[in-house]
Design a protein around this ligand. Sequence first.
Ligand code: SIN
Length: 512
Amino acid sequence: MRAGPVHEVRIHNGPLIIGGGLAGLSAALEAVPVEGMSQGALVVTPAPLLDACSSAWAQGGMAAALTAQDSAELHARDTEGAGAGLVEPDVARALTLRGRETVEWLAELGAPFDRDAAGGFAVSLEAAHSMARVARVGGDGAGRAILSAVVEAARAADHIEIWEDGRLRALLQDVTGRVRGAVIERAGGRLVEVRAHSVVLATGGVGGLFEVTTNPSALKGEGMALAYAVGAEVLDPEFVQFHPTAIDVGLDPAPLATEALRGEGARLVDRSGAFLIGAAADADLAARDIVARAVHEARTSGRGAYLDARAAVGEHFAEEFPAVFAACMAAGIDPRVQPIPVAAAVHYHMGGIAADDAGRTGVAGLYAVGECAATGVHGANRLASNSLLEAGAFGRRAGRLAAHDGAAGEAALRPVAVGDDLPAEAMARLRAAMTRYCGVVRDEAGLLTLCDLIEEMAEAYPAALSVQAARLIAEGALARRESRGGHYRADYPQTEAVGQHTRARRAVAVAA
Ligand code: SIN
């Protein structure tokens, strides 16, 4: 890593929260000052709030047991079923039990959830849910509407300070190994050493490491790379979820055509109009990995893959799915009368920094929440619309804990190496290789080629955090000699009877 000259030191008497999506801001809202202990949260994001975070792009909504026929138990069972043997049942229950209270908390903050005739939350069906349970906003506008309410609350809160120009470059550790803050690069390349009680990572996913993604491409797993560098465990990094219906019009990132369209009856077909998966009415609502592989296969075999919403949605498209409609029309596709070309795209990282349901990692002073965390809720395959729930529910818990964790005071810090970006041309090569060799279908020969490229890049660009994140994913994929959930190995198509986690941890010396 490059040794960076730090230009400024800032002492923050409270938690430092990295990331301004739903998880980070939920933590910040709950990190209220504690008399004599903390002054509240400092939130750092690389871009203005609402830009460049995946939460704002979510179309589906928030999964929660909100109807009389549903329950937290049923929701937890569906979550486990989708996760392909690697969901931690207690954590899934801890999540689903907080479903209603999280939706209500957001509604109180002003999130304008769709309502039914009786004033309850209107819910819709998404893949692998046994019943309709996704609370939505304005059809496909949930992420932006929910996050807008949270952003407004965060901006109004006296206990939250927000920097909207800061990139995480390193974590600071004291001599015992406790995380005590971070090095943040602000506008103009100014490096600020922020000494804080604790750090909450809410840095999002890894879509930007791949060529085709529905995530903001700035998200490259840098939080995961830095957590690993300070000795946190990284769990199941190979589990990347591919969404089957990114709109395939050559855009980076690729706009999403929400799964709710298939919930409404839209069908996946090839160029000739034949069903991709089967004629049964619910065939296209199979688990996301199955549908993503069918789309991938149809495209690579030349049959093409399309989402045909003409019969199921047709004339109502603009009112029911305004965001998808706008994306299609901007690309010259009228989804009322034309099938939408689709591709599988990186959409969510199930693996990441091992953390519990309150964001605690194994490293003192370090929390991880939202997509960068692997809490055991998603296993090998996330159930649709569980991510916003996890971000809100566990983010809030982490904020409450972090507000009480740590104390101001001078601590001797370890020397720090400051991370950096990969040059644009090398980044493009890495993204292409990740998609080609570590995409929907993987095998040993491809993964070995990828690992060689990553090794070369790590030597040439030792400070590049994206290379270190890519290495964790590629090595995890190589080590998992089976297919499970989002990880499919053409050379090991079987699923082992008992699922095992992949765990990566760097040995970091810890003084007493
Ligand atoms: C979608 O709307 O299809 C995405 C929902 C999710 O990924 O949870």
